[in-house]
Design a protein. Structure first.
Length: 229
């Protein structure tokens, strides 16, 4: 099977081989078209591994049934299965794939000083930023948030946004410099989504970064990016 691959696919095809037969072992991405599993899809394109990942769209009803609970007891999507390895949580899936296909250059290497900032962004998006958006979505009263802010992951709205604006202002053109990483794709998707649904304000500071991201082939055809100017 590897013989039929293009030469630029060979490096990651070798990584995908995990048995002695030389056959490429497919991964499975359990997702739903209305879920945040969609964040992973452009990244599969960027890594050029769409043909190595079987998309399994499951309904919200199926997620709570025994067959899927045996894979992910959280009853949530997305979930990536790579042989016996099961990975849940969007940034964990993204980081796993970026490392597995490290030759594609979407994650700084373990000894690259940029690795720290890369991890910081992945965890910032999944932690404080997502927590903030969830809380806003639930219409939690501002005075309750204020009284609990020391225990909240995002803490204070102004500081959460200051951190984000500072990072976006320093992007040149990507968060870590000239190379686009998995963190850029994750942040861009979240920002465009959150701004479209007015879960966060429309930041001027985000414009150059999002315009840059919008040019990427993997993000073409996604409604929120298409609508972004
Ligand atoms: N912390 C998880 C959250 C996953 C999540 O909330 N997925 C939703 C769809 S966006 C889900 O599967 N909901 C199904 C349910 O709760 O029944 C992640 O970031 O991957």
């Amino acid at each position: 099977m590897t013989e039929s691959l293009r030469s630029d696919e060979l490096s990651y095809a070798k990584v995908a081989q995990n048995n002695n037969s030389g056959a490429i072992t497919m991964m499975q991405l359990y997702t739903n078209p209305q879920s945040r599993g969609n964040i992973i899809l452009p990244f599969l394109k960027e890594l050029k591994i769409e043909d190595q990942v079987e998309l399994i769209n499951i309904s919200y009803e199926e997620m709570h049934q025994a067959t899927y609970l045996a894979i992910n007891p959280m009853a949530k999507v997305p979930c990536l299965k790579d042989g016996d390895i099961v990975i849940t949580e969007v940034p964990a899936i993204i980081a796993y794939l970026a490392d597995k296909y490290i030759q594609q250059d979407f994650a700084p290497a373990l000894n690259d000083p940029k690795r720290g900032a890369y991890l910081k962004w992945l965890f910032y998006i999944h932690g404080p930023l997502t927590e903030y958006m969830d809380i806003k979505n639930l219409n939690v009263a501002d005075d309750l948030i204020e009284s609990k802010k020391m225990g909240l992951s995002f803490g204070d709205e102004q500081r959460l946004f200051q951190f984000l604006k500072q990072g976006l202002s320093q992007a040149n053109p990507y968060l870590l410099g000239e190379k686009c990483t998995a963190a850029d794709l994750y942040l861009a998707y979240w920002l465009v989504y959150a701004m479209s649904f007015k879960l966060i304000p429309y930041f001027e500071e985000a414009k150059p970064f999002l315009r840059q991201m919008k040019t990427r082939a993997s993000l073409q055809g996604i409604a929120w990016f298409d609508a972004f100017e």
